[in-house]
Design a protein around this ligand. Sequence first.
Ligand code: IMP
Length: 429
Amino acid sequence: MPAHAVIGGQWGDEGKGKVVDFLAEKAHCVVRYQGGNNAGHTVVTQKGEFSLHLVPSGILWPQVTCIIGNGVVVDPDVLIEEMDNLESRGIDTSRLYVSERAHLIMPYHILLDRLEERARGSEALGTTGRGVGPAYTDKTGRMGIRAGELFDLSSEDFLSRLKRTIEFKNNIITKIHGEPPVSLEEVYDKCLNWSQRLKHHIRPTELMVHKTLSQGHNVLLEGAQGTLLDLDHGTYPYVTSSSPSIGGAGTGMGLSPRDITSITGVFKAYSTRVGSGPMASEMHDSTGDALREKAWEYGVTTGRARRIGWFDAVAGRYSVLVNGFTSLVLTRLDVLDGFPCIKICVGYEVDGDAVDHFPASASLLGRCRPVYEELPGWEVPTANATQMSQLPREAVTYVRRIEELVGSPIHVISTGPRRGETIVIKPIL
Ligand code: IMP
């Protein structure tokens, strides 16, 4: 019963979309287990480039059933738009299912995400503004609306819950934020439209996943964001509101840890981060700017410029520790082609004292200065390489040093956005 998890090892945007698509060729089912449309996964096939926010990255393989698990928060408007776009490009979405237990992102969540950020002023988290945090807040506060409830819109229970919730939200929207209230009728009409459009897609997906596993097929668990944005393990409070790390995979789709046979961590060959929060190895120089432009490091969801840093092995080691990765995928190695010197952050220092672990405190991490090891760069391009033997010696040294520092083997290297631009050192599936 093989379930394989693919998890971001850094602050998201590691290239999980390409990795999941690459592995999905041998999978029966791909499941998203957390996050929402704050994610932006890019997949390139012969049909062109696809930017996916909610739909799992396996959708481009026709044999794959795609599931949005109970741990995901779903904005039905975004989901419907994404499905329409895929259909218009010839991708069948009838094999896409949403867990009846998945919570919905309602219009008031999106509004509150923006109002809360505005109220934080200079301490804003830099959220994506998609309503993800407020939707998870309602889930844990036991006032969320779940996808399965769209089947029962005329029940007294649903109507009174929706009315009570909107009254509560409107108190906050009008009295705290001074903005006009949300209309109950408009939200209810949206729910009616969603229920019409999505009724064939909302299912008890936990049962579907277990059935697939019991038939011996591969199931891929697709993480969104990354471990350093994890609500528990990331740079709190500068995190997302879900658990992208391995712990989230079980609860986010109703699987036992015993079902998960491999856990692959995806790391970019350098670091990026969007939004606020500490990043010890951030570059504030022309090398960082050159790297951003060369790699086009701008958010798929918000278009924001990503912050750029050297590979942070201290953070990477922590990520390996909390996830127990059985293998790593190193992406975007080709972006480093042509840089004369490449640095790896191997430790931190605060006021002259060494810090050898990834601190829990964002304020302490913010004061950490990186300790760098410098490695020679390479002239021969790694772009489009498909074999280790095509990599220049310096690039191999860099890859091996990362493995050594984070303590986990690299089984796949990505050297470009297309499926074929991949070096498989050891097959993951
Ligand atoms: P939220 O998830 O929209 O609440 O945003 C919280 C933090 O996570 C912000 O710093 C976002 O920029 C960051 N974030 C959320 N989703 C992603 C992602 O898919 N990639 C990278 N950063 C993300």
